[in-house]
Write a protein that binds this ligand. Structure first.
Ligand code: FAD
Length: 383
């Protein structure tokens, strides 16, 4: 059921984190050009992730006994907001921090928690998400990769697609079929942790339009997994993945994808003798859209902090958030090319062109717009 989002505010105890993060980022990111910063959570920099971990800023919400920060979702919101607003290259640890760690904490065995969580908090173990397959993106329940039980553990066979960072992560949490057939849909699916250095795994990188190489095809050719590769219960993979998607879809990264560009454009307007009336109106309009989105993302953070799994509310925020992220570069392109000021600075143009190229993906990754709207329609009792 769809429960109304309650406005929330960041408690003072979490706000106290902000100045320290700002000060660290001002130094760590000094001199990085805007077109590089615009990659933000697509930007992979293991050394940067380790520098954050050294300050206790990876695994902030994981318990202290595993090396985590023992803080709540509001602290993570503040940290994530600062990292994204500055364009910090957080891709290396982002998936482990956002969803693999919390998933292992919730469903993993004691041995899995002891082994993986300290490595995640130290930014020594990076994870990727093995959900999509060639015929199963939106239709995730139809996936065909299979883990068959053996006397020693599991044998994994199949293929994943669009796996972000599979070529640089040590581990994948894969959703696979452990019993039945693809026609059984949500029944018979399980999650396994795959050590990507195992024999029988081939990772092939796919380049994107912007010239970056972040996603991959991953082939499993009779890969032998140990018995304890299973996370949570066998056959409960669908429910576990649904809970994981609430983390994946709810965060501020779903509203701040174009924020470095917005900031660079505002900087450009400030540098002009006098910005045009239409630019001032556009700046106001964009902020008027962003402010309530931030409030919605914050309301979801409050639900996460209570331990809830706001899957449907996360679909609402991601749908609206990605609409904003995609509209922003297009509106700025129209404004910049119509400007009487002549050609904009080269770095602003490079940043604009990068964001224009990648923004169509914003509403694909983590579940497409149509799929999210179907989830919302179901919550309204319409499907
Ligand atoms: C940048 C990026 C990073 C990604 N990283 C990962 C990752 O790390 N791990 C991972 O597992 N996946 C990842 N993905 C894959 C992503 O989750 C899928 O691309 C997405 O779920 C859509 O699946 P698909 O590409 O197979 O498209 P399809 O499912 O074939 O969809 C094609 C189009 O048809 C529409 N459509 C499909 N079914 C319906 C329906 N029932 N009703 C109405 N419209 C429908 C879709 O909305 C879409 O517009 C990533 C994708 C991108 C773009």
């Amino acid at each position: 059921m769809l429960s109304p989002l309650q406005l929330s505010r960041i408690p003072d105890r979490a706000e106290t984190l902000r100045p320290a993060v700002r000060a660290f980022l001002a130094e760590a990111l000094a001199g990085r050009p805007a077109d590089r910063l615009a990659r933000s959570w697509m930007g992979f920099d293991a050394a940067f992730s380790r520098a954050l971990a050294a300050r206790g800023w990876v695994g902030l919400t994981l318990p202290r006994e595993y090396g985590g920060g023992g803080k709540d979702a509001f602290h993570r919101f503040v940290l994530a907001e600062e990292l994204l607003a500055r364009g910090a290259p957080v891709s290396a640890h982002w998936i482990a921090d956002r969803q693999s760690g919390p998933l292992i904490l919730k469903y993993g065995s004691s041995a899995q928690k002891d082994f993986f969580l300290p490595k995640i908090c130290a930014a020594e173990a990076f994870f990727c998400i093995g959900m999509s397959e060639p015929q199963s993106g939106s239709d995730l329940a139809g996936l065909r990769t299979r883990a068959a039980r053996t006397a020693e553990g599991w044998v994994l066979k199949g293929q994943k697609l669009w796996t972000t960072n599979a070529h640089r992560a040590q581990y994948m949490i894969a959703l696979v079929r452990t019993s039945g057939s693809p026609e059984d849909r949500h029944q018979g699916l399980s999650q396994v942790i795959v050590d990507l250095s195992l024999p029988g795994i081939t990772v092939r990188t796919i380049g994107d339009l912007a010239g970056d190489a972040h996603f991959n095809e991953v082939f499993f050719d009779d890969v032998q997994l140990p018995a304890d590769a299973l996370v949570g219960e066998e056959g409960a993979g669908w429910a576990q993945v649904t809970a994981e998607l609430a983390f994946e879809r709810s965060g501020p990264e779903r509203i701040y994808g174009s924020i470095v560009l917005f900031d660079a454009w505002l900087g450009h307007l400030r540098s002009l003798q006098r910005a045009s009336e239409s630019d001032l109106i556009l700046a106001g309009k964009l902020l008027a859209h962003l402010a309530p989105l931030r409030e919605m993302s914050l309301a979801l953070t409050a639900r996460l902090a209570e331990g809830a799994s706001p899957v449907i509310e996360a679909a609402l925020v991601k749908d609206l958030g990605t609409e904003f992220e995609q509209a922003l570069p297009n509106l700025l392109a129209d404004a910049l090319y119509a400007s009487p000021e002549g050609p904009p600075p080269e770095m602003l143009l490079r940043t604009l062109h990068y964001v224009l190229q990648v923004c169509p993906t914003f509403s694909l990754r983590g579940g497409t717009r149509e799929i999210l709207r179907g989830v919302i329609a179901r919550a309204l009792g319409l499907r």
